[in-house]
Design a protein around this ligand. Sequence first.
Ligand code: HEC
Ligand SMILES: [Cu+2]
Length: 356
Amino acid sequence: MTERPTRTAGRTRGEIVALAALVVILVGFPAGVLLYQFVVRPAVADVRTIDLLARVPETGGITPETIKVAAGEPVRLRVSVPDVTHGIAIGPGLALDLGHVDPGQVKEVRVTFERPGRYTVYCNVWCSPNHWRMRSTILVYDPARPDAALPSDAPDPVIESLAARHVDLDAPHEAPAVPARPFASERGARVVDRLGPALPADLARPEWRRRHSPAQAWARLVAAGLARDEAWDAVAHLWVGALDGARLEAVATLFRKNCAACHGESGDGRGPGAAALAAQGIGQHGGAAAPKKPAAFTRAGSMLGGTSELYYAKVRRGGMGTGMPSWGPVLTRDETWMLVDYLWTLQFRPARAPRV
Ligand code: HEC
Ligand SMILES: [Cu+2]
């Protein structure tokens, strides 16, 4: 009779010890890690703070112009804005957008650049006629090989291939034929279905379509016996019918923030920046016969004569003194292709009938 309670008490003590150990492991350890991560480490290892001043380009743009950071080094970027509202973002591929920064405001973000490369701090709010010149470069080097070439500086194979084929990115590319009525890509889907294996094999290949213009595809279909209108509908379907709606949704925001200022929300080339460029005479020098206004992606003549790879290259490289910024330092290659897809939707699924 006296043994039993003792045994019970012994087991209880043992259980308490085990439980306590379990609590230490399950709660204490993570709590310790969190305490270190968020309280001890920030207080002890004060991260390097990099101060950026963002002003309209007329008074200096974003300074300093170049910043060097080691990959893996946590830094605090502190942006202050003295003049007008700017939108500060960092790319490519970082999804770092600080949003609007108003005059007098200071915004900061802690970031660790994991991979070496060339990154760009840029403004995505139309703040002045030279707005898009607001850029500053962050060079992220590999601390183990500080002098190694940056992977992001490797040449773009698409642009190289265009150069090798002597394609002039700046040459006019009017389509020899344009549709006589608005596109109907749903009808185009039925035309393509009906054709089945009679659809010229090239047209079914995405790589072919990237290198050829809708006008070239249309000529193939007409040569294969399709009526002119039907052929355009089929082309519309081939170019935009299979695009992923969710991806387009995401890229619409990129377009609105970075491109609409000049090219207009609908892509008609009439954004507020277009007037500013014209007022400054940008793109009208060099004796060019016609001043280069921001392209109208809703205009059938020029749009249907161009190719995806041409637009891709133009977006990444920019214009030659035309006011079309170079987006290579800001956008990933994937984002650029998505933007090009988006441009095609402005042509083939316009809010209103295409202008010829
Ligand atoms: C500051 C004004 C401005 C902004 C912002 C701008 N563009 Fe442009 N863009 C132009 C001008 C001007 C042209 C025509 C001159 C040229 O082709 O170089 C042009 C031409 C183009 C062309 C070539 C069209 C053709 O028919 O050959 C494409 C494609 C294009 N822009 C896409 C974009 C995209 C995508 C963005 C946003 C990421 C963008 N642009 C932002 C001014 C701008
Ligand atoms: Cu700006």
